[in-house]
Design a protein around this ligand. Structure first.
Ligand SMILES: [Cu+2]
Length: 66
């Protein structure tokens, strides 16, 4: 179990937040997700592969800041 926070520069509105939450929740091992719109931060909890999270979000148009 771990919790990590990522910066996603392309988050700009509530629709982006919903898309990012849905994409992150689809990653195997992810148990909880939250997105903060003002700071464009994604927080993810669970036993997930970071590479899988990055790949999923990039595929959905919201790449994580390196
Ligand atoms: Cu948006």
């Amino acid at each position: 179990m771990n919790q990590k926070t990522y910066h996603i520069p392309s988050i700009s509105c509530g629709n982006c937040v919903r898309h990012v939450e849905k994409a992150a929740k689809a990653v195997p091992g992810v148990t909880a997700v939250s997105v903060d719109l003002p700071t464009k931060k994604l927080s993810v909890e669970g036993a997930f592969e970071e590479s899988a999270l990055r790949a999923q979000l990039a595929e959905d148009g919201y790449p994580i800041d390196p």
